[in-house]
Design a protein around this ligand. Structure first.
Ligand code: BG6
Length: 474
């Protein structure tokens, strides 16, 4: 492994910081999401309602614990930490011209603390936490005006932290919103709640078009601010396997892959494919795309591809295939993969899928890839201060092994690997605390009870050793 390989962990502001209304922070879209579970969807409420429980309001209080937490990340030997900047700390409503100094100062302190230990900050500009005001007032990313607001926010923070942050990511898992039937995805990606008369797919393409343009403008701005900046996109990378060799299954799997890769195609290549133009024409969509937008897309392509990887999907047209009908995984074409085990939350465990997808992205785009999330959500057992998370170590070992094979055998150019939820965060899809990911256990339960005290799990020492060896010794 390359000696500069970026080993580390990843979190997102809204899932750990808490302090949702402190020091001038505005309400974000994550602040109006209640707690749920695998079988109970999180609700999106109309504003913050008294008596409802919103787990992100307190998160794990990283806002106050960050020095203690970063010290332990340093002890593990982290080379980088991926987190996001909460847009609402900087621009509480999102449409102000002047930023909130207290919010800027918080991230100055946070980044200084990381740099003190030589931990490189890897910063996501939009990780499911846009200002709620932009939804109420403008309709979220349905509205072209969002481009200016986002670029203004991004330029403000890139200027402020130009000597502290080198790696930037634009929109987290921008392709989640392709799952149309579960409201959580359009909401968290774009601040959109579909109306009855919406053509969901058309609205989705419009919102993502504005995000592509905004992302491209941010790449261009980044280079003006500091030519050494590296800006990436983020794809939730989920292979789609055909269940059988029935050509209908093969075509379906290809279609599902295309639906996903559409997002990286535009951000990496800087234009829409012929297939996309054709499908818009065939569907009679009228997407607001200007000549200037197209120019901008071609000028603002990303430097690297950020990918998150948790699971693979299997698809089929065959009547005998067992449908998943999983509201969080989304699509109706998903079926059970008889070859793969799953977690308690129904996510397949498929380490080889990571090698497969690294190859796919590397061959298709020939750009560096950063694995900005991979991790194992599990209901860890707390036993008198110890947490023996053998399953997590196994999961991570197998995935890292496949990543190393992709690098060493297949020649994939991978820059780094950050374990999702390196300290137990609030789960994004379910709002639970019970679905834990960390090397550090946080004493907090699904109802918000607990001391917030941090405990080292067995995997803490395992990851420390792995980083010291610069990877698995194979
Ligand atoms: C990714 C997100 O989808 O997966 C994270 O970028 C999220 O925000 C992670 O937390 C794991 O999902 P969950 O629902 O298990 O927290």
């Amino acid at each position: 492994m390359n000696k500069d390989f970026l080993w580390g962990g990843a979190v997102a502001a809204h899932q750990v910081e808490g302090a949702w209304d402190l020091e001038g922070k505005g309400i974000s879209i994550a602040d109006v999401m209640t707690a749920g579970s695998k079988d109970k969807a999180r609700e999106i409420t109309d504003g913050v309602i008294d008596g409802e429980y919103y787990p992100n309001h307190e998160g794990i209080d990283f806002y106050h614990y960050y020095k203690e937490d970063i010290k332990m990340f340093a002890e593990m030997g982290f080379k980088c930490l991926r987190t996001s900047i909460a847009w609402t700390r900087i621009f509480p409503n999102g449409d102000e011209s002047e930023p909130n100094e207290a919010g800027l100062k918080f991230y100055d302190n946070l980044f200084d603390e990381l740099l003190k230990y030589d931990i490189e900050p890897v910063i996501t500009l939009s990780h499911f936490e846009m200002p709620y005001h932009l939804v109420k007032e403008y309709g979220g990313w349905r509205n072209r005006k969002l481009i200016d607001f986002f670029v203004h926010f991004s330029a403000t923070v890139m200027r402020r932290y130009k000597d502290k942050v080198k790696y930037w990511l634009t929109f987290n898992e921008i392709n989640n919103q392709r799952i149309l039937d579960n409201p959580i995805y359009a909401w968290t990606n774009s601040g959109i709640l579909y109306k009855d008369d919406d053509n969901k797919l058309e609205v989705m393409y419009q919102a993502t078009h504005y995000q592509f343009v905004a992302g491209a403008l941010v790449v261009k701005k980044a280079k003006e601010i500091n030519p050494a900046f590296q800006v990436g996109c983020v794809l939730a990378a989920t292979p789609n396997y055909p269940l059988t060799s029935d050509p209908n299954d093969i075509l379906l799997a290809q279609q599902e892959d295309d639906n996903q890769l559409f997002f990286t195609d535009v951000q990496v290549r800087g234009h829409y494919s012929k297939k996309v133009w054709k499908s818009w024409e065939n569907s009679g969509y009228s997407i607001d795309v200007t000549e200037e937008d197209l120019m901008c897309l071609s000028e603002g392509t990303v430097d690297f591809i950020g990918m998150t990887y948790y699971l693979s999907n299997t698809v089929s047209t065959r009547p005998e295939a067992k449908r998943l009908n999983d509201k969080l995984l989304g699509s109706e074409v998903l079926v059970e993969n008889p070859m793969a085990e799953t977690t308690e939350w129904g996510w397949t465990i498929d380490p080889k899928g990571l090698r497969y997808y690294l190859n796919l992205l590397a061959n298709r785009y020939e750009l560096p890839i950063f694995i900005v999330e991979n991790g194992f959500g599990y209901a860890d057992q707390f036993e008198d201060g110890s947490i023996h998370d053998k399953e997590r170590m196994e999961y991570l070992t197998e995935h890292i092994k496949q990543m190393q094979l992709a690098i060493e055998e297949d020649g994939a150019d991978v820059m780094g690997y950050t374990v999702w939820g390196c300290i137990d965060p609030i789960s994004f899809t379910t709002g639970e605390m019970r679905k834990r990911y960390g090397f550090l256990y946080v004493d907090r339960d699904n109802n918000g009870n607990g001391s917030l005290k941090r405990y080292k799990k067995d995997s803490f020492y395992w990851y420390q050793e792995l980083i010291a060896n610069n990877g698995l010794v194979m």
